[in-house]
Design a protein around this ligand. Sequence first.
Ligand code: GRF
Length: 200
Amino acid sequence: MVRIAVMVSGGGTNLQALIDAEKAGQIPHGKIELVVASNSKAYALQRAADAGIESAVVSRKAYASQQEFDQAILDTLRSHEIDMVILAGYLSILSETVIQAYQDRIINIHPSLIPSFCGKGFYGLKVHEAALERGVKVTGATVHLVNEIPDGGRILLQKAVAVEEGDTPEVLQRRVMEQAEWILLPKAAELLAAQLSEEE
Ligand code: GRF
């Protein structure tokens, strides 16, 4: 069974989709063993507690340097014998140390069709503001492997979502979550967990 850690920063709706998918037997090769939050206020921590999943808070500002932060992240993942990491609305930067320790074992959900509206500075509502600003008729979500380039790793899954007349960034974000993110992330989690199970 592949041991999964989900890293969060906010409301945790993607974490909830993973928890619900696991309960529904849609992630047979993996088990969410740990939730790592970048701050203690993340509602995602409440979702983890409600699901009986162990959690940890590793906050960048609690460490003097990026290196010490990275080491704390690695120590937390290793002490829970984590095999695979899912970034679900996670907003802290993971440097190469962590990415290399989990080469091709970290996936991220990005709320656009990469390569549109991605990379440095494109996160949360900003992604949807940019899509509406550009006037695209179709947007969506992407799950990709994490490498040292922000939103640059190999694309695993994508799903398109229509932009509707009069959409606000909030309305569009919600539609992309409901119609794409919450569907793609559990699917990608099982895809990678199944692949890693074969390698074990
Ligand atoms: C949202 O902007 C979502 O599009 C992106 O991360 C943010 C928070 O998601 N993936 P969550 O509710 O914390 O999962």
